[in-house]
Ligand binder design. Structure first.
Ligand code: NAP
Length: 215
C-alpha cells in the first residue's frame, strides 16, 4: 500500500495596524486562505508604534478589540494579542520566532499589504524573514505588483502576490472620513462602527493633532 504523505497544517498570520479593520482586510484574509489552502488565519494587530500620536491612531487595545468584533462570526479567523499586548513597537521577526517555536509542525504564511512588504529589507532581520515563512503580499487597486520585482530574487521567490479587487478601501480614508463626519458604514462591519462611536475614536483630523513626542 502506498504511504500517504503527511501534510503540515498551514496557518496565515495576518499582520497590520487594523486602524481600523475594514472589509478589505477581511476579504484579503479570505482570498489568502483560499489561494494557499490555509486552515486558519490569525489576525495580529500591531502594538503602539512610538512615532504615531494617540488619537489619530487608536490605542492597541482598541484595535485588538475591533479586530475581534470584525472577525468573530468567521470560524476561519482568530485574533492574537501577541503584539498589541506589548508596550511599544513589535517586530515581525519576534512574532515569527514565537510561532515557529510554539507550533513547529505548522507551515506559516505571513500576510500583509504589498506596499508594506516592499520595505521588508528595512525590517528587523529583514534579510532572513523570508526564510522563516512564506509571505503573502496583498495588493489593492492602485498598487503595481511589478514593484515587488525590485526585491532580491531569493526574497521574491518566497512572496506570493495576491490582488484583491475591486474594493479600494484604506484605513486612512476611513479615519479621515470619520473625522470629517462622513458615513463609513459600507466599509467596516456594524459592530466595529458601533465600537468606534462608543469609544470616540478617530474624531480628530491629522492636521489638528499635536506633533508626536518620543521619549
Ligand atoms: P499598516 O500601516 O497597517 O499598513 C501598510 C499598508 O498595508 C497600508 O496600505 C495598509 O492598508 C496595508 N495593509 C496592512 N495590513 C494589511 C493586511 N493584513 N491586508 C491587506 N492590506 C494591509 O502596517 P505597517 O505598519 O506597514 O505593518 C504591516 C505589517 O508589517 C505589520 O504586521 C507590521 O508589524 C509589519 N512590519 C514589521 C516591521 C518590522 O518588523 N520592523 C516593519 C514594518 C512593518 P490599510 O491602512 O487599509 O490597512
Amino acid at each position: 500500500m502506498k504511504k500517504q504523505k503527511k501534510t503540515r497544517p498551514r496557518w496565515g498570520l495576518m499582520g497590520g495596524s487594523f486602524d481600523p479593520i475594514h472589509y478589505g482586510h477581511l476579504l484579503a484574509a479570505q482570498a489568502a486562505a483560499r489561494h494557499c489552502s490555509l486552515s486558519q488565519v490569525i489576525f495580529i494587530p500591531t502594538g503602539n508604534p512610538p512615532h504615531k500620536p494617540i488619537g489619530l491612531t487608536a490605542p492597541a487595545g482598541n484595535r485588538y478589540e475591533m479586530t475581534l468584533l470584525a472577525t468573530g462570526d468567521n470560524p476561519l479567523f482568530q485574533v492574537s494579542d501577541l503584539e498589541s499586548a506589548r508596550v511599544g513597537y513589535s517586530y515581525t521577526f519576534d512574532t515569527l520566532t514565537y510561532f515557529r517555536n510554539h507550533y513547529p509542525q505548522t507551515e506559516l504564511f505571513f500576510i500583509t499589504g504589498a506596499d508594506a512588504i516592499l520595505d521588508i529589507h528595512t525590517w528587523k532581520n529583514g534579510d532572513i524573514l523570508t526564510e522563516m515563512c512564506h509571505f503573502i503580499a496583498i495588493s489593492r487597486p492602485g498598487f503595481d505588483l511589478a514593484k515587488l520585482e525590485a526585491l532580491p530574487r531569493r526574497q521574491r521567490e518566497r512572496i506570493i502576490p495576491i490582488c484583491i479587487s475591486p474594493i479600494a478601501i484604506s484605513s486612512t480614508e476611513i479615519r479621515e472620513s470619520i473625522a470629517a463626519g462622513r458615513d463609513v458604514s459600507q466599509w467596516t462591519p456594524k459592530p466595529v462602527l458601533t465600537y468606534i462611536q462608543s469609544h470616540g475614536l478617530y474624531q480628530h483630523r491629522a492636521e489638528d493633532m499635536p506633533p508626536a513626542t518620543v521619549d
